[in-house]
Design a protein around this ligand. Structure first.
Ligand code: NAD
Ligand code: UDP
Length: 336
């Protein structure tokens, strides 16, 4: 059985759907600090049966020990954590507590239960302002915010653990920019409050929840002056987790670090154009000042994941826009 911490969240639900369809048994664990139980009902509708979900906090050894005692867990995908960059700058202790202390408690519980296979949700944020693109896994790690530093700290902890206890199989997956939704439109991204990220903001403008998109910066050294990112369809990302789990379940007793991205960069205006095309909706937008802390361009070199995991992203920017729109159109208020 595979434990998905933070399994009720955006990437967790999509990964659960892919894993169950691939024949894995899963158990989800979440404190619902950034997700809703309604998402679980939708997951059940997709896969046609109930999935166990335990409500608990990844910082609680009591919750975790109970979970490992109750279920025959063979590997863990560790999604649980907080992810808003701006909030992390304002609340560093909360972020380090959730992301770092939470990971330490989880690793302690895994050690006690003798479960030594883990796939960890890391982030391209840890590269910070990279010297060049595409970014390989060997690039310098210099995160520019608290969120990114919390991810790098957990990576360091896992590298130290692997050096001391080589029996562990550990995959560090550095995600680029996950967007889109399951093609059925039953699950998707449902941020609380005002979305920080581009795609959910665009979909909320399309559905009338926000008047216009602010494009942060039109004077970057990029082809059209707006920021360039490596957007990856959340279903491709979910399939990347399946590949990483298949790797871990073979007990390679290795630590593998892999970028999950498409290797292609798209600008803000390109994404807006693709979305308008896919949805038939005009997205009113206005170029405003740059957002503090943003880099001009960031895209992955995804070749290591192809070579080591046999995984490549296959879905296009048009697919991402179509599926993001399908989700938002069918669920204007998200899971509410
Ligand atoms: P999400 O917020 O939708 O999902 C995270 C889930 O973890 C939520 O359901 C939340 O309730 C739960 N959670 C948070 N703290 C917890 C705790 N202490 N105990 C138990 N559950 C807790 O976010 P997501 O987009 O699905 O991201 C999943 C992981 O991937 C996160 O670790 C995030 O940092 C990482 N990541 C996300 C992105 C992105 O753009 N979405 C990019 C790179 C990395
Ligand atoms: N962006 C924007 N307006 C928004 C949100 C984001 O112009 O309301 C831009 C942002 O400056 C960046 C890109 O969209 O160039 C992706 O931002 P996002 O926050 O989605 O991801 P990041 O790469 O910053 O983690």
């Amino acid at each position: 059985m595979i434990l998905l911490t933070g399994g009720a969240g955006y990437i967790g639900l999509h990964t659960a759907a892919v894993l169950v369809e691939a024949g894995h048994e899963v158990v989800l664990f979440d404190n619902f600090s950034n997700s809703k139980p309604a998402g679980l009902k939708r997951l059940e509708a997709i896969i046609g049966r109930a999935v166990p979900c335990v409500e608990g906090d990844v910082r609680s050894r009591q919750d975790l020990d109970g979970l490992f005692d109750q279920y025959p867990i063979g590997a863990v995908v560790h999604f649980a954590g907080l992810k808003a960059v701006g909030e992390s700058q304002a609340q560093p202790l909360r972020y380090y507590d959730n992301n770092v202390s939470g990971s330490l408690a989880l690793l302690g519980a895994m050690q006690r239960a003798e479960v030594r296979r883990i796939v960890f949700s890391s982030s391209a944020t840890i590269y910070g302002n990279a010297d060049s693109n595409p970014i390989p896994e060997t690039a310098a790690l210099r995160p520019a915010n608290v969120y990114g530093r919390s991810k790098l700290m957990v990576e360091d902890i896992l590298r130290d653990l692997h050096a001391a206890a080589p029996g562990w199989s550990i995959a560090l997956l550095r995600y680029f920019n996950p967007v889109g939704a399951h093609p059925g439109g039953l699950i998707g991204e449902d941020p609380n409050d005002i979305p920080n990220n581009l795609m959910p903001f665009v979909t909320q403008v399309a559905v009338g929840r926000r008047p216009e998109l602010q494009v942060f910066g039109g004077d970057y050294p990029t082809p059209d002056g707006t920021g360039v990112r490596d957007y990856i369809h959340v279903m491709d990302l979910a399939e990347g987790h399946r590949a990483a789990l298949d790797w871990a379940l073979r007990d390679p007793r290795e630590l593998l670090t892999a970028n999950l991205g498409t290797g292609r960069g798209s600008s803000v205006l390109e994404l807006v154009g693709a979305f308008e095309q896919a949805s038939g909706k005009a997205i009113p937008h206005r170029i405003v000042a740059r957002r503090a802390g943003d880099v001009a361009a960031c895209w992955s070199d995804p070749s290591l994941a192809r070579e080591r995991l046999g995984w490549t992203a296959t879905r296009s920017l048009d697919d991402m826009c179509r599926d993001a729109w399908n989700w938002q159109r069918n669920n204007p208020q998200g899971f509410a």
